[in-house]
Design a protein around this ligand. Sequence first.
Ligand code: AMP
Ligand code: ZN
Length: 484
Amino acid sequence: MLQTLTSGRKERGDFIMKLYNTLTKKKEEFVPLEDGKVSMYVCGPTVYNLIHIGNARPMIVFDTVRRYLEYKGYDVNYVSNFTDVDDKIIAKAQEEGIPAEEVAKRYIAECKKDMEGMNVRPATTHPLATEEIPGMLDMIGTLIEKGSAYVAEDGTVYYRTRSFPEYGKLSGKNIDDLEAGHRDIQVTGDLKEDPLDFVLWKPKKEGEPYWESPWSDGRPGWHIECSVMAKKYLGDEIDIHAGGEDLIFPHHENEIAQSEAANDETFAKYWMHNAFLNINNKKMSKSEGNFFTVRDISEKYDLQVLRFFMLSAHYRSPLNFSADLMEAAKSGLERIVTAAENLRHLKQHAKDGEMTKEENALFAESDQYVEKFEASMDDDFNTADAIAAIFELVKFCNTHASAEHTKAFLEALLSRLTTLCDVLGIITEREEEILDADIEALIAERQAARKEKNFARADEIRDELAAKGIQLKDTREGVTWKRV
Ligand code: AMP
Ligand code: ZN
């Protein structure tokens, strides 16, 4: 496990970790279903465009939750889907005159690039809705058999919402006050028994992708996808189900109704939801058009800055995106990286040998920052306070790290700092940036190579730059480039 000796972390059992459960509307002690193991499902994006930084918030937040659980010694099975069949994907495919799966494939690849830039680790499994259709047919079949769902005349399958007595338990909505959700209702409501009923399977329209089913050639509704993928990869009962707070209703409410009716088990023990990332105090969203993509941000900042900015607020507080806050995140991050680089530099020239008695005592003084960090994270993943503890540790390092110390002492401090940063997914090593001047020089060399018809060298230079994230574009006016 992670640096048990130098980080000062306690073993599981010595602490109480609390998290806010949307289901009970309380902070609760976290006790997993199986000792030492955590199963976690996070609803992933619909892939029809580059992700925006609002979508990045749950990715960063729940990746951090996963990292902290692992730091505490849990074995985490983390599943996050891509919704790769959806009206918006189909619309985009029709616009471009290409198959829907091509659109999905392209944006899954782009999303993975953004995740890597933000240091969001790949999930244990990233299932795709389109690859899980047999499981969906099974679960829908079970729901029909149990009387929880019915087939309408046109081959649509609806969930019989009122058949689930606990409907509304997550969102706190009263079934009689409810209007049906909007996201999945593409088919006219006329064939429903009740306006609250929602779609499990819908017949295809001309030109849409479809799968055969006993009810109609068609495709699944959005909610059933997650119920089925969670069941297949994590089991009938899972520890944590998470997503943005807009998913509480209807998406997660409907997932509970489907899964619990089909499996006769409590679906998820803990439900976690992040608050919105806003811009001018309004939710950032594609439909409002008030968004920045992660890619936009990456043109101006290292995506580590975006990650640090997201974690500077508690995940259940709304966070307003602003240039000022990004600049503050940039300088905060810089302070941490500089302290770590300084330790690395000092230790290169430091004397060998064990830590002295004084150094041991000094190092023990820094235990308090680890304790503060852990206490903050144990309190519903309060990353804002955890970052404050890291800053205190940074100050301690800057005060006490000097050339007189042993390598062992400097290493222990560095390890302590990087371990805590790693829990937040913050990389403390400065990336070697390729300078603009070097790029220009390589481009000039490539032009010269092309003139001499040395295309092999020209391609080699293009590839070398691409590997460093530099994209070239040949235009009539010459070669332009950008960092991607
Ligand atoms: P979508 O692609 O719209 O299904 O969203 C993917 C994930 O991003 C879901 O967990 C949403 O709740 C979340 N999300 C979308 N917009 C925002 C936002 N502005 N702030 C925080 N989370 C968001
Ligand atoms: Zn979902």
